[in-house]
Design a protein around this ligand. Structure first.
Ligand SMILES: Cc1cc2nc3c(=O)[nH]c(=O)nc-3n(C[C@H](O)[C@H](O)[C@H](O)COP(=O)(O)OP(=O)(O)OC[C@H]3O[C@@H](n4cnc5c(N)ncnc54)[C@H](O)[C@@H]3O)c2cc1C
Length: 282
């Protein structure tokens, strides 16, 4: 059965960059995010908004989909449907310019930069394509950076020397305080980085890792801020990289669009069936 999420992904064309089109060809990306739960999607919003060519590969099973009612996510005082939140977060990643495909990553390998088919694009982070990323269906991507946000799945990293896996009954990756693993260019975000098992914490960590990717790539990143017209420039300051000043008309237009979109997003209950633990499904 096609869920609302599937329909929306088809509508937005997120699948068009996926298995069928790629057909096994290796295409270069600045960032490949493995896992499209709250952590991975939040990371993608930050890297894509800053212009890094970002691809999210998601096997489609964020555990948050099993939640009955999300009541502790900041900004929703009476709670929010977790599936709706995930859909909106995916939409936000699309709007930021990220591509998303459904697929399971089966392997990440070190790539000899000269073996990658294409050089980093103009405006990319300038790093060599360090990684080859393969999916179950045979798609292959070259990536300068990989953000692993796959909760407890780490098997696809087995061929990378230097990745610290911590086994606590479930697998986690060993990271520093900014989500960097022992392999340059490989990051872990969210639950996989042993963050507390809460959606807001994992989303926040994904955002932090996204910013870390930008900082490590020495992008001229200040803060991803949208400020009132003249906030910086009327004080004789240059507009800092990553910031945008908007005037009152633009602000009203954006607010109007947002109100309309949110009204329609919350007009009806989410149609996807309530999921539970796989062991209870019989
Ligand atoms: C029943 C239940 C109720 C919950 N209720 C709450 C709550 O009320 N409040 C709260 O704050 N938290 C709640 N949580 C916890 C919350 O869902 C998690 O902490 C949060 O989703 C973790 O985010 P994440 O992005 O790290 O992982 P996930 O959201 O699980 O995302 C990981 C993604 O990676 C994908 N993936 C895995 N391996 C691969 C691969 N090899 N290739 C491609 N993709 C891959 C998965 O398909 C998945 O989409 C609940 C969890 C459960 C199970």
């Amino acid at each position: 059965m096609e869920t609302e999420s599937d329909a929306r992904r088809n509508e937005t064309g997120a699948n068009e960059t996926g298995a069928n089109e790629m057909g096994g060809e290796r295409r270069g990306r600045d960032v490949v995010v493995v896992g499209g739960g709250v952590a991975g999607l939040s990371a993608a919003v930050f890297t894509a908004r800053h212009g890094l060519d970002t691809l999210v590969v998601d096997a489609g099973g964020s555990v948050l989909r099993r939640n009955a009612r999300l009541e502790n996510f900041p900004g929703f005082p009476v709670g929010v449907d977790a599936r709706r939140l995930l859909d909106l977060l995916g939409e936000q990643a699309d709007a930021a310019g990220a591509d998303r495909i459904e697929g399971r990553v089966t392997r990440v390998e070190r790539l000899d930069a000269s073996a990658a088919d294409d050089a980093p694009p103009e405006g990319g982070d300038g790093d060599a394509r360090r990684f080859g990323v393969e999916t179950e269906s045979g798609d292959r991507f070259a990536a300068s950076n990989v953000v692993a946000a796959s909760k407890n799945e780490v098997g696809y990293l087995a061929d990378l020397a230097g990745v610290g896996v911590v086994d606590r009954g479930k697998a986690y990756l060993d990271v520093d305080e900014r989500g960097r693993t022992g392999v340059e260019g490989l990051y872990a975000a969210g639950r996989l980085a042993r963050k507390p098992h809460q959606a807001a914490v994992c989303a926040g960590h994904g955002a932090e890792v996204g910013v870390t990717v930008l900082e490590d790539a020495e992008r001229p990143f200040y803060h991803d801020w949208v400020t009132p017209d003249g906030y910086f420039t009327d004080r004789g300051r240059d507009l800092p990289p990553g910031c945008e000043e908007i005037d009152a008309t633009e602000r009203r237009e954006r607010e109007s669009d947002a109100r309309e979109r949110m009204r329609s997003a919350f007009a009806e209950p989410h149609p996807d069936p309530q999921e539970t633990h796989p062991s209870l499904e019989e």
